[in-house]
Design a protein around this ligand. Structure first.
Ligand SMILES: [Zn+2]
Length: 377
């Protein structure tokens, strides 16, 4: 804790709340045990990422052949939009689906969440990488069929089961795993900012955090520093180790529960601000959040010891720490555009002090300089 606690009086209630998926299961080969998890509900409708369809569908054919449970699989068309939800809903109904499963990346998982929510069915989320903490949240991002962003949508409840197969995760691209560590690393820093400002979490329409939320956010931070580099070495060698399992849990479960139950602040605010520049669109969520972490530390004037620990870690695992790392030229107009979009958004105002566009501008410039220093540029 490095700033005085003071309330911005954002909450009128003292009620505290905690939310989460019903169950979380993580281990090697767990996807192949899907029939065990869907059988109690009835027929399963499994939506699979187009890129992974052949591989994952083959695993399911084998697994379901050895069981009495039944499934129908659908290759996801690539966009989380109303048309796709309708198409999948029709197939699910025709096959008497009693549970929806989403296996793959963020858009596949989000589509499964919406389909299940609309049909009033339970949902199982099986991520194919540990690149974000989205599997744990009940929030989905909706687009138009051509990919234009519409907005985010909150489901009535979190997943009934988040099923993480570390055998699949260890084969996903390295960059996705590193980005997941960026998303997870922000969790504890943002949780502390939200605690100090007594900002609402994401439970219901926003309530006060439970101690549980803070403890989980801190656990995610501790695991990354203890096991992050070891986990990356395991991934590079193509093997699952205890350290790798720990970081998958930190990126997915702990980071997800952490942010839902404690709130977000500058790191994610800067992420949203960066999206104003088209050159950042090809960078991953966790990569933009990573530069946001540097900005948050500058804005909060975090003690040097913590800054040093975080910067060394981020550089060591290859997370972006400069504007150039995100393809952005450090020019006045561009930095100002990021600062304006960030300051106009809600997240940065979860910090326990007043934030102006000028301060955000200054934080981005200073963060970029700090990142260059640690990269030896
Ligand atoms: Zn995030």
């Amino acid at each position: 804790m490095h700033y005085e606690v003071y309330s911005k009086d954002m909450l009128s209630s003292t009620t505290r709340a905690f939310g989460s998926p019903l169950r979380y299961v993580q281990g090697q080969g767990e996807f192949g045990r899907l029939p065990l998890y869907t059988a109690p509900y009835g027929n399963a409708c499994v939506i699979i990422d187009g890129f992974l369809y052949q591989d994952l569908n083959a695993r399911l054919e084998k697994a379901y052949a050895e069981s009495d449970a039944k499934f129908v699989s659908i290759s996801f068309n690539g966009e989380c939009c109303e048309e796709e939800v309708e198409r999948i809903g029709k197939i699910a109904r025709e096959n008497g689906a009693a549970v929806i499963v989403g296996a793959g990346g963020g858009k596949t998982m989000d589509t499964a969440k919406i389909c299940a929510d609309e049909m009033g069915l339970p949902v199982i989320i099986a991520p194919s990488s540990a690149s974000t903490d989205a599997p744990v949240s009940e929030i989905a991002v909706v687009y138009k069929p051509d990919g234009e962003y519409i907005g985010s949508r909150k489901m009535k409840k979190n997943a009934d089961l988040v099923l993480v197969d570390t055998e699949i995760i260890v084969k996903a691209p390295r960059r996705l795993f590193v980005a997941g560590m960026g998303d997870a690393l922000a969790t504890w820093l943002e949780a502390q900012a939200c605690e100090c400002s007594d900002s609402p979490n994401y439970i219901g329409s926003g309530m006060r955090r439970c101690k549980a939320g803070m403890a989980i956010a801190k656990a995610s931070w501790d695991i990354l520093f203890e096991d992050g580099e070891k986990a990356l070495m395991a991934l590079d060698s193509g093997v699952v180790t205890e350290a790798f399992e720990n970081v998958v849990e930190a990126n997915t479960l702990l980071s997800g529960l952490g942010f839902l139950n404690t709130g977000l602040a500058t790191a994610h605010g800067i992420h949203s601000g960066l999206t104003v520049l088209p050159e950042t669109h090809k960078y991953l969520h966790g990569e933009k959040v990573a530069f946001g972490i540097v900005c948050q530390m500058v804005l909060e004037n975090t003690p040097a010891e913590t800054v040093d620990k975080v910067m060394r870690f981020m550089v060591a695992i290859g997370l972006p720490v400069t504007l150039a790392d995100l393809g952005v030229a450090a020019e006045h107009d561009k930095v100002l555009a990021i600062a304006e979009k960030t300051a106009n958004g809600p997240l940065i105002h979860q910090e326990p002090f007043a934030v102006t566009t000028e301060r955000v501008y200054g934080a981005i410039i200073a963060a970029d300089a700090l990142g260059r220093k640690y990269k030896g540029l």
